[in-house]
Design a protein around this ligand. Structure first.
Ligand code: ADP
Ligand code: GLC
Length: 477
């Protein structure tokens, strides 16, 4: 049995802005089910939602601050979760990265530097918790300083750093380095320095014992200039400690047979019932109810990564074909604005909800026919897997985890019934438009479509396999 400290800036259902929360909410659970002793550590943001008051465990002094460690369980699991309670930094309204106005926290470096220092104290068993992990598993730049600081300790546990998204690196001016009182030994180009700036993510990449990312294809992609954001050299130099492990999904949260958020539960033997979800979704979105029309959907952070701009550009032309689109997302205000504008122009075709809405996300997965993910890059992506589980066909670009989890409908894969989606290559409006046309042809071939739905629904995207791969990795170090 391994003792694992899982360090994360978000975890579903406590707090979520994206896929990292889904992973941090389900991988520790899967590892616990494999008999491991996993503890989660996360800042106690004001927005954290708990079913019960957490219990007080200890107070530790870190960087001249007195910080409380509170304890709770990750809801519906046995996973012990430690909340880093320091209201001055985390007790403010907003999400982990931005304030109520959507502006990035001015003190974001300090927030996650302090969080990382607390994780190090726990990792070194100096937090009066009477527990020392064998492995510290860090995630994304917010915990990048942990492996770096552990490298200065004697008898430190081993560390793993998982890249969920290399586009976010935690880069700050060099002056921040001094403001954070970070140890001088780590400030050099082979350490935390990146072109004279402080890079949190480099702490994870340079000092951890192993680096993983969330799909095998993304593990290759980030070793190239196109996806490496200047870190491709460091990553390819370290390729021996780098591997890709595909994310799983929470098969209980995302199960059309038991999902309480959707209008009508169904499974692969009564797929006709999926229609009821479609009808209800059309009604509630203010779209004309039409069982025959192909209903596209999208649930996403509205950022450059997701290729939403490609879709925006072709929508005026696409709406001349028999389709409808339901979209849920938030992020870039100019994208939000453009999407709202399009839905006003074509109210019978496009329904847009700006915001974050977990329930609607489930209803969209259940109600639509085709889920769009035209991502420019996608380290793993979860919605293409949720879609397949709901008998919704994903239309995706061939990149990262999308390439690894969706089987394109081609003559051979349709024949051997392995096809589960529609995949296109170039990140261009032309290629996206072509693939939408292709999906309409397939959709009109009822028998083929039904076969694809059934294959998609029968795929095993559970955490079991991936959790075992992480366990192997822990054991190897
Ligand atoms: P990323 O982490 O890059 O945002 P993923 O596909 O890994 O992409 O995960 C996104 C997760 O966040 C999914 O669970 C998706 O359903 C959810 N999500 C994204 N935007 C919204 C939204 N506006 N409302 C509800 N859920 C959302
Ligand atoms: C990131 C990536 C996404 C991935 C998620 C969880 O947010 O953008 O592709 O699925 O992390 O690993």
């Amino acid at each position: 049995m391994k003792k694992i400290l899982f360090v994360t800036s978000e975890a579903h259902p406590l707090i979520k802005t994206g896929g990292l929360a889904d992973v941090a909410g389900s991988l520790p659970k899967a590892l616990t089910e494999l008999g491991q002793d996993v503890r989660l550590i996360i800042p106690y943001y004001q927005a954290v939602s708990l079913e019960q008051e957490p219990t007080f465990r200890s107070t530790i002094r870190v960087d001249n601050r007195d910080i409380n460690i509170l304890e709770t369980r990750l809801p519906d699991t046995d996973v012990i979760t430690w909340l880093v309670d320091y209201p001055e930094l985390y007790g403010t309204p907003g999400n982990p990265y931005v304030d109520e106005q959507g502006e990035p926290w001015e003190n974001i470096a300090e927030r996650f530097a302090v969080f990382s220092r607390v994780a190090v104290e726990i990792a070194m068993n100096r937090a009066n918790l009477d527990w020392k992990p064998d492995i510290v598993h860090c995630n994304d730049w917010q915990s990048g300083l942990v492996p770096a600081l552990l490298s200065l300790e004697q008898d430190a546990p081993k560390s793993i750093f998982t890249i969920h998204n290399l586009a976010y690196q935690g880069l700050f001016p060099s002056t921040t380095y001094h403001e954070l009182n970070l140890p001088g030994q780590l400030w050099n180009p082979a350490g935390l320095e990146f072109h004279e700036m402080l890079s949190f993510i480099k702490g994870g990449l340079v000092y951890s014992d192993r680096i993983t990312t969330v799909s095998p294809t993304y593990a290759q992609e980030i070793q190239t200039p196109e996806f490496g954001y200047g870190l491709e050299g460091l990553l390819s130099h370290n390729h021996e400690k780098l591997s890709g492990i595909i994310n799983g999904i929470d098969m209980e949260d995302w199960n059309p047979e038991t999902d309480a958020a959707i209008y009508q539960q169904y499974n692969d033997t009564d797929l006709d019932k999926k229609q009821i979800n479609k009808t209800e979704l059309q009604k509630h979105s203010g779209l004309p109810v039409d069982p025959e029309i192909s209903l596209f959907g999208l649930v996403s952070r509205l950022v450059e990564q997701k290729g939403i701009d490609l879709l925006v550009e072709i929508l005026p032309e696409i709406v001349t074909t028999p389709i409808q689109l339901v979209l849920l997302g938030s992020g870039d205000s100019s994208l939000e604005h453009q999407l709202n504008g399009l839905s006003r122009l074509y109210p019978d075709k496009i329904a847009v909800t700006i915001g974050y809405n977990e329930k609607l996300a489930h209803q969209i997965e259940a109600g639509i026919d085709i889920f769009l993910m035209p991502s420019r890059f996608e380290p793993c992506g979860l919605n293409q897997m949720y879609s397949q589980r709901y008998g919704t066909i994903p239309l995706v670009r061939r990149t990262g985890g999308l390439a690894d989890t969706v089987v394109d409908a081609m003559p051979d894969t349709l024949k051997d019934k392995s096809a589960t989606g529609i995949v296109f290559d170039e990140p261009s409006t032309g290629a996206l438009q072509e693939s939408i046309k292709r999906s309409l042809l397939l959709y009109n071939d009822k028998k083929t479509w039904r076969n694809m739905q059934k294959t998609a629904m029968s795929k095993d995207f559970s955490w079991q396999n991936s959790a075992k791969q992480y366990l192997k990795l822990y054991e190897s170090i």
